[in-house]
Design a binder for this molecule. Structure first.
Ligand SMILES: C[S@@+](CC[C@H](N)C(=O)[O-])C[C@H]1O[C@@H](n2cnc3c(N)ncnc32)[C@H](O)[C@@H]1O
Length: 259
């Protein structure tokens, strides 16, 4: 549907506003509080849960994947999957969104040819990541606050969008399509994206608990693998490969998509 003049002007104004708000955080000390980005209706998940995304939550998230043995094993496996996925792309310009507290920065920057943009909607997350990163990592990335639904980047300006642990929060089909289309606009090559899929023991157990109503207030969803693959194609991607955390057992899957 064609935009009216008014809607087009509004859209340009909003985009300008977002770009103005975007801060490249060469001095992470300046990032002190969570600023919300106004991106219209695209932040349903984030708005609903924004209360807990403060600095304390960010630090808890930073530590979470280092704490229990199970977490360390799953983090190790996720890094291994990410390295394998990245090696399929040969990408040099990568945006990690949402980067959270920087869990994947070491893995992405293992290739010294890579230029990394690290972006998250939540400043506290990025600040926590920057504060805990080694000086070597900090020097090699540019961090910014941005919404995955409205990236402040030109068309086809990166080789790869690396998107871990966001899609399993997005239960609305139209929101998923908006996100994927934005990724197709900005990437000239690949998208690496993780989510929860069905067809494994963990997904079966989640489904059972949800039916018994023993899980309440969750903002995470298992998607049917065949449905999300259709959505990827509808958004303009082909599927290069998928990698499972633990086949038939784990719900976590990472897709490598070609624009
Ligand atoms: C579960 S964490 C994952 C972080 C990181 N990818 C990881 O795996 O460690 C989800 C992150 O998504 C961010 N987020 C939520 N909605 C977002 C949006 N619309 N745009 C960008 N980041 C968003 C949150 O601030 C949070 O840091």
């Amino acid at each position: 549907m064609a935009l009216t003049d008014h809607a087009a002007r509004e859209k340009i104004r909003d985009r300008g506003e977002n770009i103005r708000r975007l801060k490249v955080m060469q001095d992470p000390g300046k990032v002190e509080r969570r600023d919300s980005l106004d991106t219209g209706d695209n932040e349903k998940y984030y708005r609903k849960h924004s209360g807990k995304h403060d600095s304390a939550y960010a630090l808890e998230y930073y530590r979470r994947h280092r704490e229990s043995t199970m977490r360390r094993i799953s983090n190790w496996r996720e890094q291994q999957m990410a390295a394998a996925a990245l090696s399929l792309t040969g990408a040099r310009k990568i945006i990690d969104i949402p980067c959270g507290a920087g869990r994947f920065w070491n893995t992405i920057l293992d290739n010294d040819q890579v230029q990394l943009l690290a972006a998250d909607y939540n400043k506290a997350m990025v600040k926590t990541g920057m504060n805990n990163a080694s000086p070597w990592l900090r020097d090699r990335l540019r961090a910014l606050t941005a919404s995955a639904f409205e990236l402040p980047l030109k068309d086809k300006s990166v080789d790869c969008i690396f998107c871990m642990r966001l899609l399993h929060h997005i239960d609305d089909r139209q929101d998923r399509m908006n996100l994927l289309k934005e990724f197709a606009r900005v990437s000239s090559g690949y998208v690496i994206i993780s989510l929860w899929v069905d067809g494994n023991l963990q997904a079966y157990n989640i489904g059972r608990k949800q039916r018994d109503r023993s899980i309440k207030g969750w903002h995470r969803i298992v998607l049917s693998a065949s449905m999300i693959e259709t959505e990827f194609r509808q958004a303009g991607f082909s599927i290069v490969r998928h990698l499972d955390m633990l086949r038939f057992i784990s719900k976590w899957r990472m897709y490598v998509l070609r624009v």
